[in-house]
Write a protein that binds this ligand. Structure first.
Ligand code: GUN
Ligand code: FE
Length: 458
């Protein structure tokens, strides 16, 4: 890959509440896709910063770069059913809507065709890293990983584990089979070109017990043992999502889950700084303390929480942040109807306003800077890759979205006006823009998607 130099406006998060806005900066990406220079130009002579033979890109008026979005919770096989079954409670939604759709992924040809479109859609929306639940099918999950690699998306790909409490047509036959298929899948992903490195690979495996209700104790224990034996493995599951789920979990594990789902999953060795807990909507102080202690990350999925699963569920995100718990955002495609993170950012702000009211003003709503952080650097932290992506720090991989706000895009975005500051244009994009504004998407320095064809200066 040729080295690339970008000049123009850049916006990224340095911390939860510090958004850095640089109007005239230079960013250099080397041939391995790593950022080697990033600084304000201040009218300085920048020639010395530019490597020989680098391709040079200049961003135009109304254009700016942001880090790519990190989707911390996404069900790849549910992409074709987003928006269906709104209002159903979680276990009914799984039975009536979700399991029949996921069952189709037993067919490898269907999986390939659908996942091609799925991954392309998420990339087009600027999702440069996704943490995917596959279906329970090993072959379809291997195909998903291959497609992520081909299309150049940074991804965590997990074969879903579910060996009980699911209809026969989709339930796995035994914990043993489920564990063996999981091991095979991990091995397959790690032998894909460039994917051997447990930490730096573009596509990585992730353990994916659907949730405790669908897993026998033997299966949870086997997965916990795998996690303990391999410190590079991450794990994702659904956690304290809904009343119906919490009650069913207690009934199944009357001792272990009597007090807490954290105690339950921890008893199988599944919780660590590499664990991604989706939803966390109904949380006791005890569970908040436990996941903080165990350094787990939260995948906050506000669209799903307010539409399917069991009524109006707004996770206590401000309280998580106050306690120093890692938080990122997830589309939860298909519990969530969106395949884009812009919608999730907006809904996270709405959910946080609800929380502000529910807490009588104690838990303040999220500012746009904070919601943007959650969708980028915060999500990278949840996935334990904050030293690799999430912002434009030198040494990180160049995962980025070039946003264009020119009016010829006929986007739904509030129009950019001549005297708008860059900050105002950013706010207009985040709150009203869509994928038509996403001109180019880069992962590890490689252009992988976008509405425009690639341009460069001679
Ligand atoms: N809990 C178990 N499976 C699922 C799922 O597919 N989506 C959501 N939102 N919750 C779940
Ligand atoms: Fe989910």
């Amino acid at each position: 890959m040729t080295a690339k130099v970008f000049r123009g406006s850049f916006i990224h998060s340095k911390t939860l509440d510090e958004l850095e806005i640089l109007e005239d900066a230079v960013l250099v990406v080397d041939s391995s896709g790593t950022i080697t220079t990033f600084q304000q130009t201040d009218g300085d002579d920048i020639e010395a910063l530019i490597p020989d033979n680098a391709e040079s890109f200049r961003l135009g008026p109304g254009e700016f770069m942001i880090p790519g979005f990190v989707d911390t919770h996404n069900h790849a096989p549910q992409w074709p059913m987003r928006g269906l079954g709104q209002g159903l409670h979680i276990l009914d939604w799984l039975d009536q809507v979700t399991f029949p759709v996921e069952a189709r992924f037993a067919d490898a040809a269907y999986a390939r065709k659908t996942y091609e479109n799925t991954v392309a859609d998420f990339l087009r929306q600027g999702i440069t890293t996704a943490s995917y639940y596959g279906s329970r099918h090993a072959e379809a999950t291997r195909i998903l990983a291959e497609i992520c690699l081909e299309k150049g998306q940074r991804a965590f790909v997990g074969k879903c584990n579910m060996d009980r409490n699911a209809p026969e047509y989709i339930c796995e036959k035994s914990a043993h089979d489920s564990l063996q298929e999981t091991k095979d899948c991990i091995e397959h992903i790690r032998q894909l070109p460039g994917c051997a490195d447990g930490k730096l690979a573009l596509v990585k495996p992730i353990l994916t017990p659907r949730f405790a209700i669908c897993c026998t104790p033997d299966l949870l224990q086997g997965l916990g043992d795998m996690m303990r034996a391999d410190k590079t493995l991450t794990m994702q599951t659904h956690f304290n999502e809904a009343e119906q789920e919490i009650k069913a979990t207690r009934d199944l594990f009357p001792e272990k889950a009597a007090r807490s789902e954290a105690d339950l999953y921890d008893s199988f060795g599944l919780l660590s700084s590499q664990s991604v807990l989706a939803h966390c909507t109904i949380m006791t102080d005890y569970d908040k303390d436990r996941i903080k202690e165990l350094e787990c990350g939260v995948a906050h999925c506000p669209i799903a929480n307010m539409t399917v699963g069991g009524g109006f569920m707004a996770a206590p995100v401000r309280d998580f942040l106050r306690r120093g718990i890692k938080v990122g955002l997830g589309t939860d495609s298909g519990g969530g109807w969106a395949s884009q993170m812009l919608g999730v950012i907006r809904q996270a702000m709405i959910a946080s306003n609800a929380r502000e009211v529910m807490s009588e003003g104690r838990d303040k709503g999220l500012q746009i800077e904070e919601a943007f952080y959650l969708a980028t650097l915060g999500g990278a932290g949840v996935m334990s890759i904050q030293d690799q992506v999430g912002n434009f720090e030198v040494g990180k991989k160049f995962d980025a979205v070039l946003v264009s706000t020119t009016t010829d895009l006929q986007s739904a975005m509030t129009p950019r006006e001549e005297d708008d500051s860059l900050r105002t244009v950013f706010e207009k994009f985040i709150m009203t823009g869509d994928d038509r504004n996403i001109a180019h998407v880069f992962v590890g320095g490689r252009r992988v998607a976008g509405t425009r064809s690639l341009w460069f200066e001679a």
